[in-house]
Design a binder for this molecule. Structure first.
Ligand code: ATP
Ligand code: MG
Length: 247
């Protein structure tokens, strides 16, 4: 259970948080902090401790590169579902994408997301899929997070384009058992009718017609990323010379 004076209680819609708290059974005594989702300050500098009894958003992606559309989606998912924290889970090997293009190495994409969320305590980067290695399956990630956070509630955050493909994902029954879906709208994509077996929250946000695909082309063409990618992440892209090679 959240403590009334905790910092996170003062964020997000107060009515929704109160309703969410009222709907939940009282949490058992708080477990001591564990290095959940495998990220520790020692292994990854952007990791922050997590408390128990919280509503955790799990926002997966390739983030190649991360952009402000991702950050706005996370913020609006947090608001709509009264989430305490959103984890940006960087895919190790997005099996849907690797056959069609060369994906930037996972450590670079992790560093980019880490840079983008710097200073935000409600938004964290997770390396859970990178540490696991191999193809990344959301079901594995939810199973691991649920085991690490038995007192917390998981919310799977997806954009409308990803929501439309959920039927093709592995182990749908398990996914639906472990998480509530939060669907964020995305320009040029109709918000799909989701399988009614999901518990669903819809999160509205202003249409931001930004995609990593377009940003990679921008770098290749020498066009600016300013105001489309957080400045710390732009610096990292420039320092590492990412996205400048033709692929
Ligand atoms: P790419 O063009 O390489 O597919 P992308 O911009 O779609 O990149 P992803 O890493 O594929 O980014 O997406 C991660 C998640 O973020 C997905 O759930 C996707 O729907 C969501 N998302 C990405 N961009 C936006 C946006 N502009 N508005 C809302 N949601 C978004
Ligand atoms: Mg995409």
């Amino acid at each position: 259970m959240l403590k009334a004076n905790s910092r996170l209680d003062n964020r997000g819609p107060p009515g929704a948080v109160a309703a969410a708290q009222a709907a939940r059974p009282p949490a058992p005594a708080r477990a001591p902090f564990r290095a959940t989702h495998g990220v520790t300050r020692a292994t990854f500098p952007y990791a922050r401790p997590m408390r128990s009894g919280r509503r955790i958003g799990v926002f997966g992606g390739t983030f190649d590169p991360v952009h402000v559309g991702h950050l706005a989606a996370a913020a609006n998912a947090r608001h709509a579902a009264a989430l305490d924290v959103v984890l940006m889970v960087v895919s190790n090997r997005p099996w849907q994408k690797v056959s069609s293009r060369c994906v930037t190495p996972a450590p670079e994409r992790l560093a980019l997301v880490g840079a983008a969320v710097q200073g935000l305590d409600w938004l964290q980067v997770s390396d859970i899929e990178v540490r696991r290695g191999g193809d990344s399956y959301t079901a594995d990630t939810l199973v691991e997070l649920a085991a690490d956070h038995p007192q917390d509630e998981l919310f799977l955050v997806v954009g409308a384009d990803v929501a439309a493909e959920l039927g093709t994902w592995e182990r749908g029954v398990e996914l639906r058992r472990l998480a509530t879906l939060v669907v964020v709208n995305r320009p040029s994509v109709d918000v799909p009718a989701v399988d009614p077996r999901w518990r669903v929250v819809h999160a509205g946000m202003p249409a931001m017609d930004i995609s990593s695909t377009d940003l990679r082309e921008r770098v290749r063409d020498g066009r600016p990323l300013d105001f489309l990618v957080p400045p710390q992440a732009i610096r990292y892209i420039q320092q590492r010379g990412l996205y400048s090679d033709p692929r």
